[in-house]
Design a protein. Structure first.
Length: 130
């Protein structure tokens, strides 16, 4: 799957995914975004997750991102919605949007697609290769 994304694929949906997931993926691709099936994304993130506020991977903050900003970016890159991210992190949707906006400003990123490109460059999808 990582190779497909690196080669320009706009998303990944499992065959057994619900129709709503396919619709979300198509909408994301049509709007220039990238979509990963939450069932797959959850497996990528869950094994690395500590307690609330814990960074998902390691403790180094790339380019000055806080742990929470980096967590939000990872969840976005793996295809989660702001509402899903809020539930996973135990914060409000508004807080997720604030963390996203701050990280986007720091990194000069303007779209979810660019967040995924950033994630690829950071090696956040490397777990998929194994």
């Amino acid at each position: 799957m990582v190779h497909a994304l690196e080669s320009g694929a706009r998303g990944f949906v499992q065959k057994r995914s619900q129709p709503e997931v396919l619709l979300q993926a198509v909408r994301a691709a049509l709007s220039g975004g990238i979509y990963l099936d939450p069932a797959v994304a959850g497996h990528l993130i869950a094994p690395h997750r500590g307690g609330p506020g814990h960074a998902l991977y390691g403790s180094e903050a790339p380019r000055g991102l806080t742990d929470r900003e980096r967590d939000v970016f990872r969840f976005i890159a793996f295809g989660f919605t702001n509402k899903e991210i809020a539930g996973k992190l135990g914060v409000t949707d508004k807080s997720v949007e604030t963390y996203k906006a701050r990280a986007c400003e720091k990194l000069e990123i303007r779209s979810r697609a660019k967040i995924v490109q950033y994630a690829l460059a950071q090696g956040w999808f490397d777990a998929l290769k194994h």
